[in-house]
Design a protein around this ligand. Structure first.
Ligand code: MG
Length: 394
């Protein structure tokens, strides 16, 4: 691995696409997602990548929306002006490449209409370009691809060898310049094609199916739906889901604690801690969503520090860990399975208690209670079970 900490990466964003089927149509890069242009979202994501030191936007001079998308919404400190490209992608990107300087070792090329790539993907593409000169994000084809002419299939390539190229793509600057120089007549739809044509190998980097290029009205609608459904937080990230399940035995001589509340009952749950089965399920769902293991691993039974501890303290610690990792809790839904006692009167206090300890508003938390109609260990009142699902943006 090369030392990448001081790599100077310049990003070129191709935003000159016309896509106007009818006069008055607005190209996709200027359509709005959560009230801001698609291009702005793309640029903001690039702006957040520490290794990208400068962003060059290549636009079309006839696009009156361009200036606003780049300068009108703030938060894009690394964007260094605009370049106007030609009508072909090749000419556009080349205009951007000509604005790069010698000390900019790596050129990252990205489509203005791909706002959802992850920082991790950009980092992996940059790393691969550093070690091998040229790299392209790509996903394995999920559909079978046909080569056809005039409506007739000529050939069906083996799907295992078919990949769909995305951006970001990254190149050592001198290699990309050479590729443009040597292939003046090739009108490629991506830059890695030019590098291939001069005989240099291009490294495939596993891309992301989420990293959609907004091309059709349908793509845009889906993306708008995702943004508006809150699946795209202002700090980026993807929606992740986790589940949790827990059971504790009901015994005499213990208090019954659920979501931190003491519920009046003749029996309580047995456990090393307060045996708050509901909170334990919620904790495991959150940890699962964040890929941080489970409650037993974080707070082992064998550790006396957790003996009789309030599970709300553990919940709070888990909430803090998630926040530290940059996660935002979208929602938690818990179902408690108990034959007795009746939990309905306590639900809303339980919801606010969990919310309070996670520092989220109570409408992010849902708790439901059910009996099991007398069936099984729950039905015989031998124990209480809880199941939870949590979703987070991370
Ligand atoms: Mg437990």
């Amino acid at each position: 691995m090369s030392d990448t900490s001081d790599t100077n990466v310049v990003a070129i964003v191709a935003a000159a696409g016309r896509g106007r089927r009818m006069p008055g149509d607005i190209p996709k890069q200027f359509r709005l997602l959560s009230g801001k242009p698609v291009l702005w979202h793309t640029l903001r994501r690039l702006n957040e990548i520490p290794r990208v030191s400068r962003i060059i936007v290549v636009g079309h001079e006839q696009d009156s929306e361009l200036h606003d998308a780049v300068a009108g919404y703030g938060e894009l400190s690394k964007v260094d002006g605009m370049v106007f490209g030609g009508s072909e992608r090749r000419d556009s990107v080349l205009a951007g490449v000509r604005r790069t300087s010698l000390d900019e070792e790596i050129i990252l090329v990205h489509d203005g209409v791909r706002p959802r790539f992850s920082r991790d993907l950009a980092d992996r593409v940059i790393d691969a370009a550093l070690s091998e000169g040229a790299a392209v994000a790509a996903v394995a084809a999920t559909d079978t691809v046909k080569i056809a002419s005039e409506g007739l299939v000529l050939e069906t390539p083996d799907r295992d060898s078919v990949w769909q190229a995305q951006t970001p793509q990254a190149f050592r600057r001198e290699l990309l310049l050479q590729a443009f120089d040597v292939t003046p007549s090739i009108k490629a739809t991506d830059e890695s094609t030019l590098v291939e044509r001069i005989g240099h190998q291009v490294r495939l980097v596993e891309g992301e199916y989420d990293n959609v290029k907004i091309t059709t009205e349908q793509d845009l609608k889906l993306m708008q739906w995702q943004y508006e459904a809150g699946q795209e937080s202002s700090s980026g990230g993807t929606l992740r889901v986790g589940q949790g399940y827990d059971v504790h035995r009901l015994v005499e001589g213990r208090r019954l604690i659920l979501a931190g509340l003491e519920i009046p009952h003749t029996k309580g749950l047995l456990g090393h801690s307060d045996a708050d089965v509901l909170t334990h399920a919620a904790i495991d769902a959150l940890l699962g969503a964040a890929g941080m293991g489970d409650i037993g691993r974080l707070f082992p039974d064998s550790d006396p520090a957790y003996k009789d501890i309030s599970s709300l303290v553990l919940l709070q610690q888990v909430g803090a860990r998630l926040a530290e990792a940059g996660a935002r809790i979208v929602n938690i839904d818990v179902v408690v399975m108990a034959q007795t006692p009746k939990l309905q009167p306590h639900i809303s206090v339980m919801e606010s208690t969990l919310a309070h300890h996670l520092a989220v508003s109570p409408h992010h938390i849902s708790i439901k209670a059910t009996t099991t109609e007398g069936l099984g260990f729950v039905g015989r009142a031998e124990g209480i079970a809880a199941q939870a699902v949590a979703s987070i943006m991370l």
